[in-house]
Design a protein around this ligand. Structure first.
Ligand SMILES: Cc1cc2nc3c(=O)[nH]c(=O)nc-3n(C[C@H](O)[C@H](O)[C@H](O)COP(=O)(O)OP(=O)(O)OC[C@H]3O[C@@H](n4cnc5c(N)ncnc54)[C@H](O)[C@@H]3O)c2cc1C
Length: 510
């Protein structure tokens, strides 16, 4: 254990238990569950339920499982088959619940390889390195401040330190009560940071949650700061599979689920649900329907709003859920992902993954031929490179091809040698499915439990009472949904973990 982790541990910066789990290993009688949505949230719920003997059916609209972490084959013009993904994902080390699901397919998580470094690129300022810090706060934060060229001692003196206190005082209720009405932009402006420090240390951060600072709740920003930087002993370190997500994650998880009696139906969207006796009936687009005592809706926010609107029975059965939908179903701005198969390579010292600050469109760059084996083999064979560019919150209404062009042009401004690469193939998409965390949205954010018996939600937009985000929130809410069902039916609940539940300077009382 690193010294910073020992010090951090004394301050309570360690993995915390939210739910100890436990109970009878298997449900004592037949239990039918339909899980709608086969992304991280749905599959996490399904795995936990199936392992305890529940009869689980997962209904997934897309031809492949995985949702925003899906992967599928594409054939390039040269005839090679290349797996393409919904986009690069960083598997942070404090994703305790998601990692516990992944341990089902690899108990030592050997398929996750460390990604060294986390540089932030800027056209205006030298690169800032977010990686290679002592893992645990407060040492990590102090080291970042001490070594960052973006923040000097005189800048710290000029900062409004009172305004910075909320960042260190995350509290699951008070933070939202005090700050949910403000924007992340207002909070950051109130710190009076020099522009460079704000650009290099903070701006990249909020975009990584698919929201613009000016449209994101300040409370959510504080929560994410706590989750990623200030509340966990692992630091900003992350790992990635070295095979595509279908091979590394979804094929083995599907096998695991089937071995436990789970059923996976892909390519069939659910179209609505209604009451069926004491349980539920889920209708599907192919004309079939599925009866179940419990239903977990683990779809993205716009899909959830559509499904609820298409289920008139919910007006009476789940009026609170119905009321929350119009606001919840409005996603964050669109995101774009473009993968380029190129002739030629960028400089050898470019990092596998880099964040980008203050470019109009481009937010991150991933060098797949230095990350995943299939891309590596393609690059070795052709002398080329496989580059993926992301825009996390881009201008609405712009076509994917245009966004890909803009991102490539912005890359060449950061890495001049990229201008010399010839793009042989491009696959690009723009979508709007990420949850919005707009100011004031917390009170209306639905939790896992709905007001209808036997109906639960899971997904990265669903509220948790402990710090979590993105993939980890999707997995955690899936497990919590499964636990509600297991407790109702007499089966063992799965333990749930979180980072330190309170900020270092938070008072314990509500
Ligand atoms: C480009 C990109 C990069 C990202 N990078 C990171 C990262 O680095 N780290 C991180 O932690 N997170 C990252 N994320 C976020 C992460 O992908 C999500 O938080 C997570 O995958 C959400 O999982 P989910 O199960 O909640 O939702 P989803 O993955 O959206 O799954 C919902 C599923 O429901 C299905 N569905 C929808 N409607 C229906 C219906 N009517 N019937 C049946 N099925 C339906 C969908 O097809 C989908 O498969 C990234 C996301 C994107 C887009």
């Amino acid at each position: 254990m690193a010294l910073s982790q020992v010090v951090g541990r004394l301050l309570g910066i360690r993995r915390h238990q939210v739910d100890p789990g436990g109970g009878a290993p298997r449900v004592p009688h037949p239990v039918d569950v339909v899980v709608v949505g086969g992304g991280i949230a749905g599959i996490s719920a399904a795995v936990v339920l199936a392992e305890r003997g529940a009869a689980v059916t997962v209904l997934e609209a897309a031809p492949t499982l995985g949702g925003r972490l899906a992967a599928w084959p594409e054939t390039l013009a040269d005839g090679t088959r290349q797996m393409t993904e919904h986009g690069f994902h960083a598997f942070f080390r404090q994703y305790y619940n998601w990692r516990s699901v992944l341990r089902r397919i690899d108990p030592r998580l050997g398929f996750l390889k460390p990604v060294p470094g986390y540089p932030i690129l800027s056209r205006r300022w030298p690169t800032e390195e977010f990686g290679r810090l002592p893992p645990a706060p407060p040492a990590s934060l102090l080291a970042l401040l001490a070594r960052s060229p973006s923040l000097r001692l005189r800048d710290l003196r000029g900062m409004d330190r009172d305004a910075a206190l909320p960042l260190l005082a995350y509290h699951p209720e008070r933070t939202y009560a005090e700050l949910d009405g403000a924007t992340a932009d207002e909070l950051l402006t109130s710190l009076r940071l020099p522009d460079r420090a704000r650009a290099m240390l903070f701006d990249v951060f909020s975009h990584s949650f698919f929201n613009h600072e000016a449209e994101m709740s300040a409370a959510e920003m504080v929560a994410q700061f706590h989750f990623y930087l200030l509340g966990n002993p692992e630091g900003l370190a992350f790992d990635c599979p070295d095979e595509d997500y279908a091979t590394a994650i979804w094929a083995p998880l599907t096998r695991h689920l089937r071995e436990h009696g789970g059923r996976v139906v892909t390519g069939v969207p659910a179209t609505g649900l209604s009451r069926d006796g004491a349980g539920w009936r889920v209708r599907a687009a192919d004309g079939t329907s599925y009866g179940a005592g419990h239903v977990v809706l683990a779809v993205d926010p716009p899909a959830l709003a559509t499904l609820v609107a298409a289920s008139p029975a919910l007006v009476e059965l789940a009026p609170d859920l119905v009321r929350r939908m119009p606001a919840f179903g409005r996603p964050a701005p669109p995101y774009a992902v473009a993968r380029y198969w190129c002739a030629g390579d960028v400089a050898a010292d470019r990092a596998v993954f880099s964040g980008v600050s203050r470019q109009p469109t481009l937010d991150s760059v991933t060098l797949y031929h230095r990350l995943e084996n299939e891309s590596r083999r393609w690059a070795e064979r052709t002398g080329g490179s496989v580059v993926e560019l992301h825009a996390y919150a881009c201008e609405p209404g712009v076509a994917a091809g245009e966004l890909a062009e803009r991102m490539w042009a912005e890359l060449t401004a950061l890495w001049p040698e990229a201008a010399g690469l010839r793009v042989r193939e491009l696959r690009t998409r723009v979508e709007a499915k990420a949850p919005a965390f707009t100011p004031g949205s917390h009170a209306g954010r639905p939790g896992v439990r709905t007001d209808a018996d036997g109906l639960y939600l899971a997904g990265d937009g669903v509220r948790t009472d402990f710090p979590s985000a993105l993939m980890e929130r999707a997995a955690a809410t899936g497990i919590i949904a499964a636990n509600h069902i297991l407790r109702a039916e007499g089966g063992a609940a799965e333990p749930v973990h979180s980072v330190r539940p309170l900020g270092l300077l938070a008072r314990r009382t509500p």
